[in-house]
Design a protein around this ligand. Structure first.
Ligand SMILES: CC(C)(COP(=O)(O)OP(=O)(O)OC[C@H]1O[C@@H](n2cnc3c(N)ncnc32)[C@H](O)[C@@H]1OP(=O)(O)O)[C@@H](O)C(=O)NCCC(=O)NCCS
Length: 150
């Protein structure tokens, strides 16, 4: 699959919301993504199929003071396992470096081994637990990757 990582715009939202709905038990709505794009502290990218311009995945973070908080990432079911998740997180890390953030953090379900492997591969380390963080009642692992000393 040949794709490029580009900033998310309004035109991507219907497909992003569909992937979100197909992926998560309590999905964000199209309106929520639309709202995200209106804030200047948010950074969202999509992986866009070069051939037909369809959305293969998306990831976003919030730039809060000097750190990045990854808000969301998902790859379309039929496009997983091909490096797209890695490319999306790497793009967020590159943006974080350009903005001289000191690090990036995220929460991942204690049961989501695939995502944990992805983050570990990219240098994230577990730093704590949030009990019952998800609306499903699952605990979250807090992970961090540090990019520069402050
Ligand atoms: C997690 C997710 C974004 C990964 O996207 P992806 O494009 O499939 O990931 P990649 O192909 O870049 O794989 C990156 C690494 O993740 C891990 N991984 C991903 N899918 C895996 C699987 N099915 N089995 C085992 N490891 C897996 C591996 O370590 C892999 O690296 P490797 O191929 O060098 O071993 C994707 O599986 C997804 O959308 N999952 C549902 C949504 C989700 O869980 N989001 C995270 C919420 S915190």
């Amino acid at each position: 699959m040949i794709y490029s990582i580009v900033p998310m715009t309004k035109k991507h939202i219907p497909e992003v919301a569909q992937i979100e709905q197909d992926t998560f038990p309590i999905p964000w709505s199209a309106e929520m993504f639309d709202n995200e794009l209106r804030h200047d502290y948010t950074v969202y990218f999509v992986a866009e199929n070069i051939t037909d311009k369809s959305v293969l995945g998306y990831a976003g973070m919030w730039h809060i003071v000097n750190e990045g908080q990854i808000a969301n990432i998902a790859v379309r079911d039929d496009a997983r396992g091909q490096g797209i998740g890695t490319s999306l997180i790497n793009r967020l890390i590159r943006t974080a470096r350009q903005r001289e953030m000191m690090g990036l953090t995220l929460e991942v379900s204690i049961n989501n081994r695939n995502a944990q492997r992805l983050y570990t591969k990219l240098g994230f380390k577990p730093e704590g637990i949030r009990k019952g963080y998800y609306e499903t009642g699952e605990d979250a692992i807090i992970m961090w990757v540090y990019l520069r000393c402050v």
